[in-house]
Design a protein around this ligand. Sequence first.
Ligand SMILES: Cc1cc2nc3c(=O)[nH]c(=O)nc-3n(C[C@H](O)[C@H](O)[C@H](O)COP(=O)(O)O)c2cc1C
Length: 387
Amino acid sequence: MRNLYFQRSLPIRKGLRFSINGFASSMTSNLFSPFSCRSITFRNRIGVAPMCQYSSVDGLPNAWHMVHLGSRAVGGAGLVLFEAAAVCADGRISSGDLGLWNQGQAEALRPIAEFVHGQGAVAGIQLAHAGRKGSTQVPWIGRAEVSIAEGGWETMAPSALRFNPEYPLPREMTRSDIDQAMDHFIASARLARSAGFQVIELHMGHGYLVHEFLSPLSNRREDDYGGSFENRIRFAVEIAAAVRAEWPEELPLFARLSATDWVEGGWDVQQSIELAKALRIAGVDLIDCSSGSIVPGSRGPQAPGFQVPLAAAIRTGAGIPTAAVGLITQARQAEEILVQEQADLVLLARQLLVDPYWPLRAQAELDGMASQWPIQYERAVNPNAKR
Ligand SMILES: Cc1cc2nc3c(=O)[nH]c(=O)nc-3n(C[C@H](O)[C@H](O)[C@H](O)COP(=O)(O)O)c2cc1C
């Protein structure tokens, strides 16, 4: 039997919206109100959170990425953030990571970004360097170190401290390593533009390279990049400013933070607020508020919406738009986050893996309207569709 929700849906043509009882309606939830940032307007406040697929060879995307990312754009998200793309080969977590360090990768990404845009979503890409969490197996094999003899690579970090005993021992970065990493982010931003992306998100969380500089748990340096708060944030702020200078003025730049390490003596929300202020001045437009993963087992309480208070604190404390992420699975839950002004966008990851059409269903639930299913799927949502 057909789902009642589908039976009540009415056919939609682009630009037209109908209420379930047939009267045109202008009622729009906060979740489905547009969000503008610089020259870009997102059709709604729902973003696909970046999700590594570990399905690349030599950093290249393939048909999997087209289907995976494309179907989430078809599903109605306003923003599709492509997974963490390594800014250099040695910045990958595993050999299956997506990369954006050469023109071939940019050209392979271009048709996927174009498809996403063609579906009415904005395509963004997360730029990342894994630091001491690199040269490991893909997760379904187990996160053990891949040695250089087995095809791995030397990892580097602010300090020569392993993430855990199974991970590689990183080399402490020299000043020239720091400059080179910065150059990789800049070059990758240039490639992101040539691939047609409209948003860049800088990955500054989850225990990867930039976060390793931020947190006193992983940064024991005694030079200009370690010790005081100002020194620990230097690398992050310099990358943001350098990418902003490279990235077109009219396009948004986001940064994802682990807003707290959830560990006594580690990075915390107050430091995140101060960093967010500095990033705002450097030209970052929005902070995507995640948390944890700088040391093993530090992922926070894992309850519904557990990171939303972090997004709210940074939004208020630093006066910058934020995205909330983490165990947001219900339409009304997402709407409430926006109504309470805790964030400006909501990002979903796992929920969108199991249901790429979540945004279309959420729109029907919140706004009482048939949502904009693709015309190709009309027979599934409209019993009167022409056959
Ligand atoms: C399969 C998978 C891959 C992920 N890859 C990334 C990534 O590339 N970059 C990142 O910042 N976070 C990554 N994450 C974290 C998600 O973006 C998100 O922050 C996290 O899953 C919490 O959101 P959720 O509860 O909606 O899943 C990944 C999560 C999953 C499930």
